[in-house]
Structures are given as C-alpha cells and as structure tokens.
Design a binder for this molecule. Structure first.
Ligand code: GDD
Length: 329
C-alpha cells in the first residue's frame, strides 16, 4: 500500500518541493489550503501537480477542519509546514501569528492524538527560535538556548516545546526540524532574497529604479528549499523521533547578498540601494550560522546547492519571469 502524507502549508515554497519529493517516492499526498479571497485557491506553486495531489480547505486555527481531514485520510506522516511565516509581519499581526504558529501546533497535535495517533509528525521549527543566542564558537546548534526576538520566534518556541511534550507525554512520534533560512525561485517576494533578486532584475530591465531595504547588517545562513525538504523526509523516516538542525554552516550579510546579485547583473549597487525604517524590525535577530554536524553525521544529509548556485538559479528564474503577471508570489 502507498504511504499517505498530509501537509499543512502545502501551497508554500517548502510544501510544493516536499510534495514533489513525496510523489517521486510514490506517496499519496494530501494537503489543506486556506480560503483566499483573491484567488479561489492560493496554489500557484502547485498547478503543475494538479491531478497528482489532493487538496481540501482547512486551517490550523480551525481544529474541526483538521479533525475531518485526519479522520478521512489516516495519514502515515504529517508535516506541519503551515504558518504565518514572515518575521517582520509577525510584529504587525502578533495575535494571528500566535494563533497559527503556536495554537495551530496544539490543534494539529491534539487532532492527531485523537484520530491518527500512530502517524509520524514533523514540526517545522525555525532558527528564528535562537534569536540573540549564539554559542561561543559563533554557531547555533541543537543545544543552543532559545532567546527569540520576534512574536514569530516566540510562537515557534511554543510549537517546538509542545512537539517534544507530546512525544514524551503520549509516546507519539513527534519531531522537530530546526531549519535555517531556505530559499528558491518559489520564495515569496517579501522575503529578502527574492526581493533583492527580483528588484535587481527589474532595475536591469528599466522597470524600477531603486531597491529599498531595512537592516543590511544582519547575517543569515541561506540554503535551498529542495535540499531542506530532503532533510525533513530523512528526519521523519527514522525509527526514533530525534530533533535536528538543518543549515549550510555559512553565513552572509544582507549587504553581501546585494553585492553578489548586483555584480552578477553588472549593476552599480550604490546607485540603487536605499534603506527605510519601514522594513526595519522593532527587534532584529542579528546573526545566524547553523552547525548541522548532527544531521550530516547521523543521517548523512548534506546540501547540494551552494549559496552561489541558489542565487544564480533565482536570478535566472526572475530574468525569465520578471514581467509574468500570473506569477504572484
Ligand atoms: N523581508 C525583508 N525585507 N527582510 C529584510 C529587508 C526587507 O526589505 N531588508 C533587510 N532585511 C533583513 C531582515 O531584517 C532579516 O535580518 C533578513 O533580511 C532576512 O529576512 P527575511 O528574508 O524576511 O527572513 P527571516 O530571517 O526574517 O525569516 C526567515 O527565516 C526563518 C528561519 O530563520 C523566514 O523564512 C522564517 O519563516 C524562517 O523561520
């Protein structure tokens, strides 16, 4: 019999790559999407998989929707990727962020406990949970304490702890992947990598004349989403639930990112780059660099994409699609 996977957040960047991976591995793939008033289904990233996956309406905030789906599907694996995933926006809508990213984890774990207790559960935990905390060697790893600096980070810490609690209290297979930033050509336009790449390409094509950013000095450890969904699947495929950090181990500033992209496009960054308070955060997470030795040693995971491969792929994609009106992410 085919294995069944249920994915919340299936319409997002990671959900779409994970769906492709699981279909390749011959899973039946199910997911929920929230109702959206702009397009009936917000599923741009999934149109190429239209007849291969099964979608229904649902929401992490609406436990009855989760109950119905789990009763019906009885999945073998549940991937909780659904979230309000934008850190700066979490300062503007903190209550919604907590409901989705914290209470939502509670809802799905409870629903699983009632209707699908033998399933395996993967929680999309985040390096944003580390906040201002860094080990003495300049890295964050599984043992680094959490000092979150945003409503998003605080809510993710709740989800992380709840996942461990359900694992211990109810002997459920519930596991955390602590993923550092991961990007791709399917990354939303209000995250810094896509914003920089897409704007630079549009400047090159004379459709825009400036790039307005917030903090240029923060450092991030950027990997590729397709490498990171491989890690998710490896983590959930183990016999025992063990939490892992997933990262490249390299860090760069937002300014480094801009320099790389503008140089590639033969543009003079100084002429176009501006900063605005609008894109600053009330509290910033200044520095992320993950040590993923544990998953590399124990599960033999390693990323295929370098930073340069990742950004080059994004540049090529946006050069082909910068004026594609149908691509609204
Ligand atoms: N989005 C954005 N827009 N970020 C900017 C901008 C801007 O105009 N200017 C500077 N930045 C800086 C942010 O302040 C941050 O330091 C860095 O660029 C990265 O921002 P994002 O791309 O928005 O990602 P993030 O690090 O806040 O959060 C992402 O990574 C987390 C894992 O650490 C998201 O994917 C989260 O969902 C994820 O958990």
């Amino acid at each position: 019999m085919k294995k069944k996977a249920f994915i919340t957040g299936i319409a997002g960047q990671d959900g779409s790559y994970l769906s492709e991976l699981l279909l390749e591995k011959d899973y039946e793939v199910y997911g929920i999407v929230r109702r959206n008033s702009i397009t009936e289904h917000q599923r741009n990233r999934l149109t190429h998989l239209d007849n291969k996956i099964e979608l229904s309406y649902g929401d992490l905030i609406d436990k009855s929707s989760l109950d119905n789906v789990l009763k019906k599907i009885k999945p073998d694996e549940i991937y909780n990727l659904g979230a309000q995933s934008h850190v700066r926006v979490s300062f503007e809508i903190p209550s919604f962020t907590f409901q989705t990213n914290a209470l939502g984890v509670f809802n799905i774990l409870e629903s699983m406990r009632e209707f699908s207790p033998k399933a395996k559960f993967y929680q999309a935990s985040s390096s944003e949970m580390f906040g201002r905390s860094v080990d003495e060697d300049g890295c964050q790893r599984e043992t680094t304490k959490f000092e979150p600096t945003s409503p998003y980070g605080c809510a993710k810490v709740f989800g992380y702890n709840l996942t461990k609690h359900y694992r211990k209290a109810y002997k459920m297979f519930a596991v955390n992947g602590i993923l550092f930033n991961h990007e791709s050509k399917r990354r939303g336009s209000n995250f810094v990598t896509t914003k920089v790449v897409k704007t630079a390409v549009r400047i090159k094509n004379k459709l825009e004349n400036e790039l307005v950013l917030g903090n240029l000095d923060s450092s991030r450890d950027w990997g590729h989403s397709s490498d990171y969904v491989n890690a998710m699947h490896l983590i959930i495929s183990q016999d025992l639930p063990v939490d892992y950090v997933v990262s490249t181990g390299e860090t760069r500033t937002v300014r480094d990112l801009c320099n790389y992209v503008f140089l590639k496009l033969d543009l003079d960054l100084k002429k176009y780059l501006k900063t605005s308070e609008k894109f600053m955060r009330p509290e910033e997470l200044p520095y992320l660099k993950g040590d993923s030795s544990k998953i590399r040693n124990e599960l033999k995971w390693s990323p295929k994409y370098s930073f340069e491969d990742l950004i080059d792929e994004m540049i090529n994609f946006w050069q082909e699609n910068y004026n594609n009106e149908n691509l609204n992410y």
